[in-house]
Design a protein around this ligand. Structure first.
Ligand code: PLP
Length: 389
């Protein structure tokens, strides 16, 4: 098979003697051994036999193997949520005295982990603007920098960071490059092909794509994943087999779903440009996006998220949400149902005005996670809510 999409579809747990076509869910906490010697060898890591589902489980492995196909990764480990993937990738690889260099616009809980919890364990951090040049990234590296962490496109500001540029700097300084690929998904971009060592995912978003389960994964270099595996098998953030089964099935349709999410998103972004109540529309594949060139270079599509800024500010943002009739008001993103959110009054309300400005969250910023409803219905709901606000 030449194409990853075919390989992913045909990657599955070995068939059982029942000859089932669809992969079963392995609901079992532990696995049995035929004799004491097999059991000894498994515990001594001389074989890769399953021992206990906190360590490994065939259904979870199917999900990991499929994600590795899409991301062109050597190995992976699946976790109970995106945040446990982010946290596990930090805690397994960083130690007291190390420094983490991160882009400044990261997911809210990632910001909390980086700025509140890592310092508690003696791990230092600093932030670089998503607009930083290669020289600015390089200048921020310190002798104890061990990892660079990126999110691109960023949530919710949709800034795009040049992965190949940062990866060249990481390689030069022998630093691990860890990329959160939640927004683009492996259908939109494959950071490992651009030089990343690790990719973390919140599978809760586009990978599930239907707002059902939480999940996460870390994929990438085999040696790093082995350390992450050892950390996670002892500390217990493992993904449940049930969630893994849902997410593994979801990967089969990720490509076709993302094609529609992205074409709907581009349509909405283009139609909203120039609207009298909007200051600007932000979408990586619009030529007006400040990082459009980078986006076109490293992404296959612009993703499923569109942002725009209402010229009426904070009150207009709240009124826009109140006037929506079809779009959902919810914290998730990456669902079949289109979702609207107003970061300044919700997810980012606790930041100061200056902190919000630094990551591009202006008072009237609206984030739309474009769903799979007909594009005209999505646009019509946004348009009528704009009229009313
Ligand atoms: C949601 C999200 C996470 C965290 O994932 P959970 O599955 O909610 O723990 C991490 N990064 C990004 C970019 C996200 O959007």
């Amino acid at each position: 098979m030449k194409h990853n999409q075919s390989k992913l579809i045909r990657t599955r747990v070995p068939q059982t003697p029942q000859h089932e076509h669809s992969s079963p869910v392995f609901f079992t906490s532990s696995f049995t051994f035929d004799n004491a010697e097999d059991m000894r060898a498994a515990f001594a890591d001389e074989t890769d036999a399953n021992i206990y589902s906190r360590f490994s489980n065939p259904t979870v492995q199917e999900f990991v193997d499929r994600l590795c196909v899409l991301e062109n990764a050597e190995a992976g480990f699946a976790t109970a949520s995106g945040m446990s993937a982010v946290f596990g990738s930090f805690m397994a690889l960083l130690k007291k005295g190390d420094h983490l260099l991160s882009c400044n616009s990261v997911f809210g809980s990632t910001h909390t982990v980086v700025s509140k919890y890592l310092p508690k364990y003696g791990i230092d951090f600093s932030y670089v603007s998503a607009n930083a040049t290669a020289a600015e990234w390089e200048a921020a590296i310190t002798p104890n920098t061990k990892m660079i962490y990126l999110e691109t496109p960023t949530n919710p500001g949709l800034e795009v960071i040049d992965i190949a540029m940062v990866s060249a700097i990481a390689k030069k300084h022998n630093v691990i490059l860890n990329v959160d690929n939640c927004f683009a998904t492996p259908i939109g971009q494959t950071p490992i092909d651009l030089g990343a060592d690790l990719v973390v995912h919140s599978a809760t978003k586009w990978i599930d794509g239907q707002g059902r389960v939480l999940g996460g994964a870390i994929v990438g270099r085999k040696d790093l994943i082995h350390d992450i595996y050892l950390f996670c098998r002892s500390t217990g953030p493992s993904l449940s087999p049930f969630n893994a089964w849902i997410l593994s099935k979801s990967l089969e349709t990720l490509e076709v779903r993302m094609e529609r999410h992205c074409s709907n998103a581009l349509y909405i972004a283009e139609k909203l440009q120039g609207h009298p109540k909007i200051n600007f529309v932000k979408y990586p594949f619009l030529s007006t996006h400040p990082h459009n060139e980078i986006a076109k270079k490293q992404m296959k599509n612009g993703g499923g998220i569109v942002c725009f800024e209402l010229n009426g500010g904070l009150n207009a943002g709240r009124s826009f949400l109140d006037n929506l009739q079809m779009l959902s008001l919810t914290a998730n993103l990456g669902d079949t149902r289109s979702i609207a959110s107003h970061p300044a009054s919700t997810t980012h309300a606790k930041l100061s005005e200056a902190e919000r400005q630094a990551v591009g969250i202006t008072p009237g910023l609206i984030r739309i996670s474009v769903g799979l409803e007909h594009k005209e219905d999505i646009l019509a709901d946004i348009a009528q809510a704009l009229e009313a606000c």
